[in-house]
Design a protein around this ligand. Structure first.
Ligand code: CA2
Length: 146
């Protein structure tokens, strides 16, 4: 029997505001709705989903470090830190499992400063511009890894 995969879904700063501001960019569903969608998809895929959000760069780094021993894959939307954080990139580079980067909006079509992502330098797969469905696609992608 194959082992159930443990997947960490990590969300960066301000994503706790989902559904409360800027619905034209990020939609009207909340972070709680997103967590529920991901946990349900995980159940359907026989995977354990650990869902986290933090506004703190150091907490995100610590969660990635913890995942080295506990998770088979990381799905990460580092939000604003995607464009600035060498520390998050360094932590991801210490993780040997599969990494999917997700962005709700299409960062390639927004301001110049959003077009570069440090996380993309490590990510095995990148999904952007698909709204919250991007997370579901990311879980699906995780399922396809052996
Ligand atoms: O499109 C994405 O998922 C982003 O990672 C979201 C980040 C942004 O800095 C990235 O460039 C692209 C911002 C997250 C803030 O989320 C909010 C959601 C609702 C209301 C206010 C902020």
């Amino acid at each position: 029997m194959t082992k159930r995969k443990n997947i960490l879904i990590l969300n960066g700063p301000n994503l706790n505001l989902l559904g409360t501001r800027q619905p034209e960019i990020y939609g009207s569903q909340t972070l709680k709705d997103l967590e529920e969608m991901c946990v349900n998809k995980g159940k359907a895929c026989s995977m354990n989903i650990q869902f986290e959000q933090s506004n703190s760069e150091s907490k995100l780094v610590t969660s990635i470090q913890d995942a080295i021993n506990t998770s088979d894959g990381i799905i990460i939307n580092a939000a604003g830190y995607s464009h600035t954080s060498v520390a998050i990139l360094d932590a991801l580079n210490s993780f040997s499992g599969y990494v999917v980067e997700v962005h709700i909006s299409d960062i390639s079509k927004r301001e110049e400063f959003r077009k570069f992502s440090y996380v993309s330098l490590r990510a095995d797969y990148v999904i952007m511009g698909k709204g919250l469905e991007g997370y579901i696609e990311a879980i699906e992608k995780m399922r396809q890894q052996d």
